[in-house]
Structure formats: C-alpha cells, structure tokens
Design a protein around this ligand. Sequence first.
Ligand code: BTN
Length: 246
Amino acid sequence: LGHTVHWLPEVGSTNDVARRLADDGAPEGTLVIADRQLAGRGRLRRAWWSPPGGLWMSLILRPTLPPERLPLLTLAAAAAVAEALERHAGRPVAVKWPNDVLIDDRKIAGILLETVAHPHGAEYVVAGIGINLDVEGEPVPPGLEGRLTWLAREVVEPVTRNEVAEAVLDRLEVRYRQLHDQGPDPVLDAWRARAAWLGEPVRVTLPAGEVVGIALDVAPDGSLVVEQAGGRRERVLAGDVQRLRP
Ligand code: BTN
C-alpha cells in the first residue's frame, strides 16, 4: 500500500481525488496526500477541519471481502492508526466506535470509508484518514476547542508527517491482509484492546432515534452491541456514541 503517492498542496477533499483516480482504474494501494483540504469531509456529512499541519490522506483499496465484512475495514483502519500513533505518542491511544482515534478522550484522528459498490461487493473503497499532527497555532473552529488534540502535543520526540504516514500504511497493510486471510477476529481483537467506553453506559444517537445502554462489544459485522435496560441487546450499525457518565 502506498507505492504510488499523489501529493497535492491543496485540494477540496483527498477522498474525491482518490475516487476520480479509482474510477480511472488506479490500482489498489494508490495514495493521495494533501497539505490542506478546503472541503474536508467527516462522517455524517460533517465538515472536517483540515489546516496545514495535518496528515490528510486517502488510500484506494480493492478488497475481496464479502459485503457484510466491509464495515470492518473502518475498524481495521482505526486500529491501524492507533497502533501507528502508539509508536510515537507517550500515552495510550484509544479507538471509539466506529471510527475515532482518541488520546485522553480528545480526538486525534478520524476515518471516513467510502465504498463504491457493484452487485457482488465493493468495486473499490476509498479509505480517508485524517490525523492532527502539528496544527499548533491554527485557529480551532468553535465547538471543537478542548475536544481535539494533535500529535505534537502528545510526543516527546518530534515526528515528521512522512514517518507517521509510513507507520500508518505499515499497520494498515497488516490489518488489511489479516481481514482477508484470517477473518474478523484478529482485527476485532486489536480494536477491542484499545476500545474506549466498552462496558460503560452510553447514548447512541441514530439517524432516527437513539439507543441507551451499556456498550458491550463490537460484532463480527462491525456493529456496536448495546445492552439496554432489561437486558435486550441492540446492534447498531451507524450512529454517534456519547458516554453517559464521563
Ligand atoms: C470523521 O471522524 O468524521 C472522519 C474524518 C475523516 C477525515 C479524512 S482527511 C482525509 C480524507 N479526506 C476527507 O475529506 N476526509 C478524510
């Protein structure tokens, strides 16, 4: 992964550039990196703050996984990013379902997977990864202060963007292969080992409604298992998790 790199100073969204390349037949592993994004996208149609000083990248994947396993790619990427950051950060790095990477409960990275489907599975997947590296001095958008962090704040030795990109690609390659060769378990275990808030009371805001209960586990389809009052278990496929008693 990452043998061909398209580096761009400024783009709308690296995911869009990667999609255009994939539509034109770019092979698996093609990587797009931008210094800054003017229209970075997050999950649930949110904007993603992408000033200079971050690692904003999108990777083209052409997985041969059954469609029900595709959501696990998000967990694989989140675990890989956490593993890569752990090499440099002086403290534990956690993952939060489905796609957040946190240090001390502050978001340091996010993952946005976009799947272009064909009838038998994925034609291709663009794995968009955004990591705050050194955004010191960039004005943080209102509402995000105190809720995000960046690597330069968390490390002892300075790290370059290339070093972080290499570490991420390295771990991603391992987890991506594992998903194909060994099924969900190794990836789920790597994710669980760093999971924030498992066993804790949470509120999950869904596209329609909400689920309140204990965040029990992740299932082999990548969904979050929540145990509601009375013991009923609900599997949530998409939503926003908040801890109820921080
Ligand atoms: C999220 O946490 O909501 C996901 C954020 C994903 C951000 C990355 S930055 C590189 C790629 N290009 C985008 O427009 N988004 C992803």
